[in-house]
Design a protein around this ligand. Structure first.
Ligand code: PEP
Ligand code: MN
Length: 342
C-alpha cells in the first residue's frame, strides 16, 4: 500500500501517519519526492484497512500497489533516486543525470598492486575504487581473496589516494567487516538471491551496489532490491553484469535493454559492468560506450596494471591507457545526452 501525502503536509503529519501505520505492526517507509512525500507500507500479508489512515490530516490518498515490488517502484517516487557517496575527494553521485565511474582490479592482491591501480584510477579522474577482498569463485581452489587484510589494504588506498571504496560482501560475516571499511557494499551476482545477506545489507548504513544474478529475470532483480529497501536501506544502486545465454563468444550476454526497462519501472540508479558482461578485454570499451548511450548511471570496470599476472579476471581487465580512453569517450557520449560523468 502507498500513502500519498498532500504537497503541504507537515513533518509532524508525516510522522503521525508513520506512527499509526507502525501501530498496526506494519513498517512505514517515508520517501520524499520533489513535490510530496509518499509513505510505502510493507509487512502486510493481505489488504490493509485504509479508512482510518485516509482520514488523517495531511493525507491525500491511499493507493493499493499491485506490483510485487513497491519501494523500488516508480509508483512511490516519480523522480530518480540519486545515490551520493562521500569520498575524501568529494561526493560522487549515481542517477539524476550523474554518471559515475568505478574502476579497479577484480581482486585486491596485495598493497603494491592495489596502490598501482589506485594511482591510475585516480589519475584518470575517477573517484571510486573497486577491488574484492572476498571473492566468490567457481572453484574452491581458486584465489578466494585476502579477506580482512584485503579490506585493510583498501582502507589504506582510501587514506592515501582519497578514493571511495566499493567492495563485495559474500556472507553476513564479511558484510559486517565490509560495512566498516568500505563506502559501498557490493552484493555479487551469485548472491543476488541470498535473502539473508540482502536483509543484512538492508540494515547496513552504507549504500548497496546490487548486481543482477546471471539468470535473474527483471522482476527477480527488482525484488532483490526490494529486500534491501524493505529493511530501511534506500541507497541501492543496481548493476547489470550480463546474463547466461546460448551465446558462446562472450562470458555472459550483456543485457543493455534492461537499462531502459529498469528506468521505466524503478526510480533507482542502474549501472553497467562491461567486464563481467563480456569477459573479454577488447569488448569492454565498445560495451562501455553503448552502456552510457543507453542511459546507464555509471560503469563498474575492471582495470589492472599487469593483467597477465592478475590472480583473477585478468582476461577481462583493461589496461591503464584503455581506462583513460574509456573515461574520455564516456564523457563525450554522456554530454550528448546532457548527462555528466563524475
Ligand atoms: C566482481 O565484481 O568481481 C564479481 C565477482 O562480479 P559478479 O558478481 O558480477 O560475477
Ligand atoms: Mn571479477
Amino acid at each position: 500500500m502507498l500513502i500519498v501525502m498532500q504537497a503541504h503536509a507537515t513533518e509532524e503529519q508525516i510522522r503521525q501517519v508513520c506512527a499509526r501505520v507502525e501501530s498496526f505492526g506494519l513498517k512505514a517507509h517515508p520517501i520524499p519526492g520533489s513535490i510530496r512525500t509518499a509513505i510505502g507500507v510493507t509487512g502486510n500479508k493481505g489488504a490493509v484497512e485504509l479508512g482510518v489512515i485516509e482520514q488523517m490530516p495531511g493525507v491525500a490518498e491511499c493507493i493499493a500497489v499491485s506490483k510485487p515490488y513497491k519501494l523500488v517502484s516508480r509508483d512511490i517516487k516519480e523522480g530518480e533516486t540519486v545515490v551520493r557517496i562521500a569520498t575524501p575527494l568529494g561526493e560522487v553521485a549515481f542517477g539524476g543525470g550523474n554518471v559515475a565511474i568505478v574502476g579497479g582490479p577484480c581482486a585486491v592482491e596485495g598493497p603494491e598492486q592495489a596502490r598501482a591501480v589506485a594511482a591510475l584510477v585516480k589519475g584518470c579522474g575517477a573517484r571510486l575504487f573497486r577491488g574484492g577482498a572476498y571473492k566468490p569463485r567457481t572453484s574452491p581452489y581458486s584465489f578466494q581473496g585476502l579477506g580482512e587484510p584485503g579490506l585493510k589494504i583498501l582502507a589504506e588506498v582510501r587514506a592515501e589516494f582519497g578514493l571511495g571504496i566499493v567492495t563485495e560482501a559474500v556472507d553476513n560475516e564479511s558484510l559486517e567487516l565490509v560495512e566498516r571499511y568500505a563506502d559501498v557494499i557490493q552484493i555479487g551476482a551469485r548472491s543476488m538471491q541470498n535473502f539473508s545477506l540482502l536483509k543484512h545489507a538492508g540494515k547496513a548504513r552504507k549504500p548497496v551496489l546490487l548486481k543482477r544474478g546471471m539468470s535473474a529475470t527483471l522482476d527477480e532483480f527488482l525484488m532483490a532490491a526490494e529486500y534491501v529497501m524493505a529493511e530501511g536501506n534506500y541507497n541501492v544502486i543496481l548493476c547489470e553484469r550480463g546474463v547466461r545465454t546460448f551465446s558462446d563468444f562472450t562470458r555472459n550476454t550483456l543485457d543493455l535493454a534492461v537499462i531502459p526497462a529498469v528506468k521505466s519501472r524503478s526510480h533507482l540508479p542502474i549501472i553497467v559492468d562491461p567486464s563481467h558482461g563480456t569477459g573479454k578485454r577488447h569488448k569492454v570499451l565498445p560495451l562501455s560506450r553503448a552502456a552510457i548511450a543507453v542511459g546507464a548511471d555509471g560503469l563498474l570496470v575492471e582495470v589492472h596494471n599487469r593483467p597477465e599476472h592478475a590472480l583473477s579476471d585478468g582476461m577481462q581487465s583493461i589496461l591503464p591507457d584503455e581506462f583513460t580512453q574509456l573515461i574520455a569517450e564516456a564523457r563525450q557520449i554522456a554530454a550528448v545526452l546532457h548527462r555528466t560523468i563524475n
